[in-house]
Design a protein around this ligand. Structure first.
Ligand code: PLP
Length: 408
C-alpha cells in the first residue's frame, strides 16, 4: 500500500460510500454518529476507504489496533489457530487461554485471569467480584470517579459517573457513589461501612484524558488495604502498553487487587480480561460467572500475538519516545493556536482541549486524511497505534496545524 498522505479535500461523500451508508442506515440501528466514510483496508498506521482515499490513523479503532493494521505475524497467529481449533467453550480447557493467562499473570503480578469479549464485560466481571467479596460482611457499595466511563451494559453503565450516558435508561443499578478524581479527602468521606470496592481509571479515556495522580493512587492503595476494600483499576483503554508500561499502574507506584483489560489486548480481535490478585483469586466458585466466548482460542491467540510484540525489549521504549514526540508537537501547536487551551495525557494517550466543540475540527482533519476521536465535548484524543513513527506523528500534527490555521 502506498502510505503517502494524499490531502484531497472531499467536500461531499463520494457516490460509492454514499450508497453503502444509505444501505447501512436501512439495516443498522441508529446507535452511532459515524463519520461518512466507509473503510475497507489498512496497513501499518494507514487506512483506506472504498474510494481508495488514504487516512493516517491517530485513533486506532479507539485505542484498539495497538499493532496498527495488517500486522503479518498477528494475522499468521490467528490463521494458524483457526486452522487448528476455533472454539470449544469453557466446558473444556484450551492451550491458548492457559498460555495467555500465564503471560498476563506473570507480567502483571496478579494471580489469576478471567476472559470475556469486551471492556464492558470485563467491568461487569469486576462488579460481580466486588459484590461477592463484600457479601461476607454485608457490604455492597462501590465508589467510582466523576467523569469515568466503564461501559454500556447495566452494571458498567451504573458505575460510569457521567449522567449523559444514563439519560433515558434509568433506573441504574443501586449501590454506586461518585467522587471527584484526585480528591483523596472526598474519597475518605465517601467510604463507609457499606463500601466494598473503588473503581478507578488510571487515565480517564472517554471522560477527556485525565490522569490520576501517582500520590492519589498510592493513598487509595493504602486506604483500600487498611479498610479491606477491593481496589479495581479499569485499564480497558489505558492498559496494554499505551502509557509505555504494559499496565498503566506499573509506573504509578501501586498494585491493584483487580484490573480490567480489553481494547488493545486483542489488537482488533474482541477480547476482555480481568486479572485478580492472589488474596482475591478464590471469590468466584464454579457457576458464579461465565462467558460462552470467554477464553476462546482464536481471541486468546490474537492477544498472545499482540503481547509477543508488546513484550519485545524495544517496544515500550519506542512508545515512550513517540509519546514525547507527540506531546512536544501538541505543545508547539498550543503555542501557535489560541484555540488549544490544554495539552494533557500520558504515553500515547493524549488530548488537546479546545475553546470550541471538537467535532467540526475532527471532521476537517478527516477530510484532510487524518482520523481522530473526540473525548468529552471540547477535547480531541490521540490514541494512535503503538507502532507509529516520528514521520507519521509529524504528518498528523501538520494536518491539525493546517486545519486550525484555516479556522482562526
Ligand atoms: N472501560 C473503559 C475505560 C473504556 O474506555 C471503555 C470503552 O471505551 C470501556 C470500559 C467499555 O469497553 P467496551 O466498549 O469494549 O465495552
Amino acid at each position: 500500500m502506498n502510505t503517502n498522505l494524499s490531502l484531497n479535500h472531499t467536500s461531499t461523500t463520494p457516490l460509492q460510500s454514499a450508497q453503502w451508508i444509505k444501505r447501512g442506515k436501512q439495516v443498522l440501528l441508529n446507535a452511532y454518529s459515524s463519520f461518512p466514510v466507509v473503510l475497507e483496508k489498512g496497513n501499518g498506521c494507514y487506512l483506506e476507504d472504498i474510494e481508495g482515499k488514504k487516512y493516517l490513523d491517530f485513533m486506532a479503532g479507539v485505542a484498539v489496533n495497538s499493532l496498527g493494521h495488517h500486522n503479518v505475524d498477528y494475522i499468521q497467529a490467528i490463521q494458524t489457530q483457526l486452522d487448528t481449533l476455533g472454539h470449544c467453550s469453557n466446558l473444556y480447557w484450551n492451550k491458548p487461554a492457559i498460555e495467555l493467562a500465564e503471560i498476563l499473570t506473570e507480567q502483571s503480578g496478579m494471580a489469576k485471569a478471567f476472559f470475556c469479549n469486551s471492556g464492558t464485560e470485563a467491568m461487569e466481571t469486576t462488579i460481580k467480584l466486588a459484590r461477592k467479596f463484600g457479601k461476607n460482611n454485608g457490604r455492597s457499595e462501590i465508589i467510582t470517579i466523576e467523569g469515568s466511563f466503564h461501559g454500556r451494559t447495566y452494571g458498567a453503565l451504573s458505575a460510569t459517573a457521567q449522567k449523559k450516558y444514563h439519560a433515558g435508561f434509568e433506573p441504574m443499578l443501586p449501590g454506586f457513589t461518585n467522587v471527584p478524581l484526585n480528591d483523596f479527602a472526598a474519597m475518605q468521606n465517601a467510604i463507609d461501612q457499606q463500601t466494598c470496592a473503588i473503581i478507578v481509571e488510571p487515565i480517564q479515556g472517554e471522560g477527556g484524558i485525565h490522569v490520576a495522580d501517582k500520590k492519589y493512587l498510592e493513598q487509595l492503595r493504602d486506604l483500600c488495604t487498611e479498610k479491606q476494600i477491593m481496589l479495581i483499576l479499569d485499564e480497558v483503554q489505558c492498559g496494554m502498553g499505551r502509557t509505555g508500561q504494559l499496565f498503566a499502574y506499573q509506573d504509578m507506584g501501586i498494585t491493584p487487587d483487580v484490573v480490567a483489560l480489553a481494547k488493545g489486548l486483542g489488537g482488533g480481535f474482541p477480547i476482555g480480561a480481568v486479572l485478580v490478585a492472589e488474596n482475591m483469586a478464590d471469590i468466584f466458585k464454579p457457576g458464579d460467572h461465565g462467558c460462552t466466548f470467554g477464553g476462546n482460542p482464536l481471541a486468546c491467540s490474537a492477544a498472545i500475538a499482540v503481547l509477543h510484540t508488546l513484550l519485545k525489549p524495544e517496544m515500550m521504549p519506542h512508545v515512550i519516545k513517540m509519546a514525547k514526540e507527540l506531546h512536544n508537537g501538541l505543545l508547539s501547536l498550543q503555542q501557535k493556536h489560541k484555540q488549544i487551551i490544554d495539552v494533557r495525557g500520558k504515553g500515547l494517550m493524549q488530548a488537546i482541549e479546545l475553546t470550541e466543540p471538537s467535532r467540526p475540527i475532527i471532521e476537517l482533519c478527516l477530510k484532510d486524511g487524518l482520523l481522530l476521536a473526540g473525548a468529552g465535548q471540547n477535547s480531541i484524543r490521540f490514541v494512535p497505534p503503538l507502532i507509529i513513527n516520528e514521520q507519521e506523528i509529524q504528518a498528523g500534527l501538520n494536518i491539525i496545524d493546517l486545519v486550525l490555521s484555516e479556522q482562526s
